[in-house]
Ligand binder design. Structure first.
Ligand SMILES: [Zn+2]
Length: 818
């Protein structure tokens, strides 16, 4: 899967009114001086006021400052960009939609945010200072409550002043003033610290987030997020940023100690006529030495987080900001060159290397739009390097290898992997499948293997009592050998690729490379799949390592299939926002399940896998809430939070897989059972949207073209009813079926009955598949019964007397009560 930071990223990175009388024109400002001022903001002792009955309204957020003191910050670029308030205050926010109200309620047990606060830290590029100063008063010198130490107290702890907002404020101070930023950190009386943001550079401008711990991990819980009135009025899916990248030329030199020197030249196209700050994802383990424009002039560049704030080995996201001397008109194309060095490759033992930086090993403008990539690598001859794209050159001389890789399809991102690999390749139609793995497994996995296995090798002695209690030397254990299974993985990959071509259309790249990475997750880059060492092991070895049997269909072949399916779902077709990422994960997960179904004993294994997903969704977490109730699919990455750390995996992979399975059922022909429409829908969807980022709405409207008459529950040729229930809302229904059989003639039976529904909201409706259980416990589909809050009635005729009737639990995400 490709990772994209969703709303939670905003907490880390931390947007219509022109400010009249602003001291400087943006182009006159010295970026370095502005940034310096931003990094060193302090409460200005001359700007401390009393506030009474003041209020700020930012879209749907109302902040009341009832009685207290406010200290404004020293200026940056001639502007006040922050303030600290201590006193009595109150916030009121009513989210606009049911989904967001329910999301809020999961975190604070109320669909409305109404909270007293005692402190507020504000950062902004809008009119906040002007609005508040207009109603503030100077404190009386003899005011006994006047907090004399106010500035000193705050200035001693710069992080309390939210200086991490500096990069975001910097963009506005030097650029577009029509998309302002407002950020309030509030200390609530009962909710403790939380943050309210109105960042007009984001499509979903307004959000409420809180840093909370769950399962020993820190989460940026997003309580609610929605477009502001003005952000909704703009282009809905506008991504933040002043430019998009058209091409990347990247030259990477790798030394034996894994240190790397890089040069990148980017061709960009301007998206904003007033912005001049470009923000790139960029690893915090690399440092930029030079950034030049096309005339060779050096550009100001700032790297975040600041070097002194980085903890050793911390691989979390970093980024850089580059300041152009002037903005470019929209559509203008220009080039920027970068020089950088550092070390993003880790040796994890036994010669297994790990490129841990995903998309941050080059200055990356984000996965928002496809670009072309030309990658050159220079590395020690002893290593094999595999990158995204088609390899168009490779030469070895004097102990060094140089290779060149060019994008050969839709690319939003590029990556590489390297190691002392063994490899095999084979041809599948027009595509070459290459598989790369190391001879040994990474040290940590091998250690675990030895530890787990060694105790089983006890000396066979005649008497149990004399069995030695110590394990035998680890030398006895045959080490793991990922490269030994290259052929098996290549065979799996070739089969999955061929099968998916029949389902989704031609493979979108000229070759597919599969390379081993340490760890326990896979990732699908364009034309390049990362598979964890675990997927290169024998089933028995995974079992010895303590991996549950249940996981077997997901590891090994299942993971190969999932990651290959991402070549269509995720790479060829992207997703518009984090709300739509489920299409990519859900379809990759469902594709892997379908691939399982065409294997030996496939039908049983397919249904067992889905049954396992259903049980996972129904099982209850610590809070007593089912995993499925952690939120609707549409909330995407927000589902993993301090309340439900595994929410994303459960809902976006497993529930989405079920939703697609049920959609297939709805699209199948009621008389013949053919599911040909569903697969036509997928193939045509790929053909129509290739190279584009798709939304849930796109998929829904496209699916409607293939819906059957019987699935038209609302008689409007729309599938909103289905997507509303299963994608935009939570809830798994419980059904109870009662039936009777009447013999009409020798070979004709009338079966009739009712189905009642519970456990879901009153407007929930579904077409419930009913089966007849006949001789040999074989199931025969009878049809689908529309069931709503008022229940559903049915009548079918059969040629054999059924032993009983049942809800078809294999094809419905529901609980069936007997
Ligand atoms: Zn995935």
């Amino acid at each position: 899967m490709l990772a994209e930071s969703g709303v939670s990223g905003r907490l880390l990175l931390l947007a219509i009114v022109l400010l009249p009388g602003r001291a400087w024109a943006a182009s006159e400002l010295d970026p370095k001086e502005v940034l310096n001022q931003l990094h060193n903001v302090k409460v200005d002792p001359d700007q401390v006021y009393v506030l009474r009955h003041a209020q700020l309204i930012r879209d749907r957020v109302k902040l009341f400052f009832n009685r207290g003191y406010i200290g404004f910050f020293t200026k940056a670029a001639g502007e006040i960009t922050g303030a600290v308030y201590i006193g009595e205050g109150e916030i009121l926010l009513i989210p606009p939609t049911r989904v967001e109200k329910e999301s809020l309620a999961r975190f604070i047990h109320s669909p409305i945010l109404e909270e007293q606060f005692t402190m507020a830290i504000l950062r902004f590029t809008d009119q906040t200072a002007r609005e508040l100063i207009a109603v503030a008063e100077r404190p009386e010198p003899d005011d006994p409550e006047r907090p004399l130490d106010f500035p000193q107290k705050w200035n001693s702890a710069p992080h309390l002043l939210a200086v991490e907002d500096s990069p975001r404020i910097f963009e506005d101070l030097l650029g577009d003033r029509t998309l302002p930023y407002f950020h309030a950190r509030l200390e609530g009386s009962s909710l403790k610290w939380f943050e309210v943001v109105d960042d007009e550079r984001f499509p979903e401008a307004v959000s409420v987030v809180a840093a909370r711990r769950g399962d020993d991990e820190l989460f940026a819980d997003c309580w609610c997020a929605f477009p502001s009135k003005s952000s909704a009025a703009r282009r809905a899916n506008l991504r933040p940023g002043m430019a998009k990248a058209l091409s990347y030329d990247i030259d990477t030199h790798l030394e034996p100690g894994s240190s790397m020197t890089g040069r990148a030249e980017l061709l960009l196209e301007s998206l904003s006529s007033s912005d001049r700050v470009l923000t790139f994802d960029f690893s915090r383990l690399l440092s930029v030495s030079k950034v030049l424009d096309e005339r060779g002039e050096s550009l100001a560049v700032y790297q975040y987080p600041l070097q002194e704030d980085i903890e050793a080995g911390d691989r979390s996201k970093g980024w850089i900001q580059v300041v152009l001397p002037a903005s470019h008109p929209v559509g203008d194309r220009f080039r920027i060159r970068f020089n950088y060095q550092g070390n993003v490759i880790t040796d994890v033992g036994n010669h297994v290397l790990y490129v841990g930086e995903r998309g941050g090993w080059y200055p990356n403008l984000g996965i928002g739009s496809p670009a072309s990539f030309d990658l050159k690598f220079d590395y020690p001859e002893s290593l094999t390097l595999v990158a995204t794209g088609a390899r168009i050159e490779q030469k070895t001389a004097e102990g060094r290898t140089r290779s060149r890789w060019r994008s050969d399809g839709v690319f939003r991102i590029a990556g590489f992997n390297l190691g002392p690999y063994h490899s095999v390749d084979r041809r599948v139609g027009k595509t070459t499948v290459e598989v790369y793995a190391t001879r040994e497994a990474e040290a940590a996995l091998e250690e675990r293997h030895t530890r787990k296995l060694a105790p089983h090798f006890v000396l066979p002695l005649p008497s149990r009592e004399r069995t030695p209690s110590f394990p035998i030397s680890p030398d006895v254990v045959r080490p793991l050998a990922p490269a030994a299974l290259l052929q098996t993985v290549a065979e799996s990959a070739a089969q999955a690729l061929q099968y998916f071509e029949s389902l989704f259309g031609p493979f979108p790249y000229s070759r597919l490379a599969i390379s081993q990475i340490p760890g326990n997750f896979g990732q699908g880059w364009p034309g390049l799949v990362y598979l964890p060492t675990l997927a290169f092991l024998r089933k028995s070895e995974r079992y010895e390592l303590g991996l549950p049997e249940k996981a077997e269909d997901l590891l090994g072949h299942g993971m190969v299939a999932h990651e290959i399916a991402h070549q269509w779902w995720g790479n060829l077709l992207g997703w518009q926002t984090y709300h739509d990422q489920w299409l990519s994960e859900g379809l990759a997960t469902y594709a892997a399940a379908l691939d399982l179904s065409r294997q030996k004993d496939g039908d049983r294994r397919f249904h067992e896998l889905l049954r396992g997903y259903k049980l996972d969704l129904l099982s209850k977490g610590k809070s007593g809430m089912s995993n499925e109730a952690s939120g609707p699919i549409w909330l995407g990455q927000r589902l993993s939070n301090s309340l439900t750390p595994g929410g994303y995996d459960d809902v976006v992979y497993k529930k989405a897989c079920w939703v697609l399975h049920m959609l297939r059922g709805l699209m199948s022909d009621p008389s013949t059972g053919s599911d040909e429409r569903f697969f036509r829908l997928l193939r045509d969807f790929v053909a129509t949207y290739q190279g584009m980022d798709v939304s849930t709405e796109d998929f829904m409207r496209h699916a409607e073209k293939y819906m059957t008459r019987s699935s038209d529950l609302e008689h409007d040729r729309r599938l909103d009813w289905f997507f509303n229930e299963w994608v935009y809302e939570t809830g798994i229904p419980t059904y109870k079926l009662q039936s009777s059989v009447k013999q009409l003639s020798a070979k004709r039976f009338l079966v009739q009955g009712t189905i009642t529904q519970s456990g879901v909201s009153s407007d929930f409706e579904m077409l419930v598949p009913v089966v007849a259980v006949v001789g040999n416990d074989k199931k025969a589909a009878l049809g689908r019964v529309p069931v709503s809050e008022d229940g559903g009635r049915f009548k079918f005729t059969t040629t054999e007397r059924p032993k009983r009737l049942a809800i078809d639990e294999e094809n419905l995400l529901a609980i069936s009560e007997r």
